[in-house]
Design a protein around this ligand. Structure first.
Ligand code: GCO
Length: 450
């Protein structure tokens, strides 16, 4: 019997308790699918990155991961049995398009079965086009900064919209473009592991251009689809009240928030992001902003933690500080639910949207299985307090229409390999056995017996 009531901090009259509120779980292709070389899948930048020594903490790859490619029917049964009404997943671009840019039927068939499997179970699909698995050969020709690659992305978007548009209502172009630009090209932590802030900014702009191109095409093909993008914005707090730290926090927050939301709203990002010889008005020309700011229907917000920032003498002008004496999860991130409430209010005030989704929220904890059970008390508390924060944001007027827990199951956590478990379902990677953790059962209690 589950002790922690996950919905305890959601008010009795909240729309989060109405049947219209969407409750889902989220995953991404490279993190769970495996079958990396099967049925014509091409290599992605992550396949290549994992081969480089020292890039992944435990030396692992997503080559097998949760073998969801073969086990997807069971995984959909699991989602259904836990009471969730939606599943946020991503398509692997290198699975559905061949090296010449033609459709790869076997790959397309996989997602067709997956989508049909959701619909048969009454689960609403939310589809992400790009969760970081760029076909490697497209990185070789310059990646996102090459306008040919941006155009190929919009061709890929059109292909899948034509194929699944009659069955999938919610479409997001990118997942966390900050990660596929700054984290990948400035901080060097994600594929392809470069360290050039100028390139990171050019990639960020390229991702936004590709987003605009894809939205335009998808809208033409299917005017009734709900189209959006998923961002990982943040609230950045200055470490001290000094002017230097305040300025540094402003830069950090602008990089995570304004760099994306401003262009999406037709505006260039603020000057605090300018670099020597590169101003935001050089980077974003008026015609670029016109393309990027295609009307969209929703924005997904991924939230895990806040940031505490101090001034630093590096090209960024800031550094993140790990403050002592706060609760942290296994991955080291501070537990700070108030940040989610504050963030949602700030986003709606600065860049209003008719619909927000929480497309990811969750925690890595140090999970163990004892007699087939996993008591993940810290994760359950994490969900409880963050759901309370979402509820408070909604009651203050932010139109949040759904919440997706990250993640359905433990999976390949990028540069951390398999060392971090974010699932509400435990995965034994040896046997591919799945075990719902306490948090999954707490969701189930609420969603099915509420
Ligand atoms: C992200 C990604 C997920 C991660 C999760 C935990 O937000 O970074 O969308 O793929 O696994 O966030 O780090």
């Amino acid at each position: 019997m589950n002790k922690i009531k996950i919905d305890e901090l959601i008010s009795e009259t909240s729309i989060m308790r109405s049947k219209d509120f969407v409750w889902g779980v989220a995953t991404s292709s490279y993190q769970i699918e495996g079958a990396a070389t099967l049925d014509g899948r091409l290599a992605s930048i992550w396949d290549a990155f994992c081969e480089e020594k020292g890039r992944i903490l435990d030396g692992s790859t997503g080559g097998v991961a949760c073998d969801h490619y073969h086990l997807f029917e069971e995984d959909l049964d699991l989602i259904k049995s836990l009471g969730f009404s939606s599943y946020r997943f991503s398509i692997a671009w290198p699975r559905v398009v061949d090296i010449n840019g033609n459709p790869n039927e076997l790959g397309l068939l996989f997602y067709e079965r997956l989508i049909d499997g959701m619909l048969a179970r009454g689960i609403e699909p939310m589809l992400t086009l790009y969760h970081w698995d760029l076909p490697d050969h497209l990185q070789q020709i310059g990646g996102w900064t090459n306008s040919d690659v941006q155009n190929l992305f919009s061709d890929y978007a059109a292909l899948v919209m034509e194929r699944y548009g009659n069955r999938v209502k919610y479409w997001a172009t990118h997942n966390e473009p900050w990660c596929s630009s700054f984290l990948s090209f400035d901080l060097g932590i994600h594929a392809p592991g470069k360290t050039d802030r100028y390139e990171a900014m050019a990639v960020g702009k390229g991702l936004l251009m590709a987003h605009g191109k894809a939205i335009k095409k998808m809208r033409e093909i299917n005017p009734s689809a709900q189209l959006g993008i998923v961002i990982n914005p943040i609230v950045s707090f200055p470490h001290t009240s000094s002017e230097r730290d305040q300025k540094a926090a402003e830069i950090h927050q602008a990089e995570l928030n304004d760099f994306w939301f401003d262009p999406l709203n037709g505006k260039k990002p603020p000057e605090c992001l300018d670099l020597p010889n590169l101003s935001m008005s050089d980077l974003f020309k008026p015609e670029d902003l016109d393309l990027i700011s295609q009307p969209i229907d929703f924005v997904g917000v991924n939230y895990y933690t806040r940031a505490v920032i101090e001034q630093a003498d590096n090209i960024r002008g800031y550094e993140q500080v790990n403050i002592p004496n706060v609760e942290r999860t296994h991955i080291g991130w501070e537990v700070y639910p108030e940040g989610l409430e504050q963030l949602l209010k700030e986003l709606q005030a600065s860049w209003p949207m008719p619909t927000w989704f929480i497309t990811e929220n969750g925690a890595a904890t140090d999970d163990v299985i004892v007699s087939g059970k996993c008591e993940d008390a810290q994760r359950q508390r994490y969900f409880q307090t963050h759901l309370g924060a979402v509820d408070r944001a909604i009651s203050s007027g932010v139109p949040v229409k759904g919440y997706y827990a990250w993640s359905l199951m433990d999976n390949f956590e990028w540069a951390f390999g398999y060392s971090q478990r974010f699932g509400i379902v435990y995965v034994d990677y040896e046997t591919q056995e799945r075990y719902p953790k306490g948090s999954a059962l707490a969701f189930k209690n609420f969603l099915l017996h509420g």
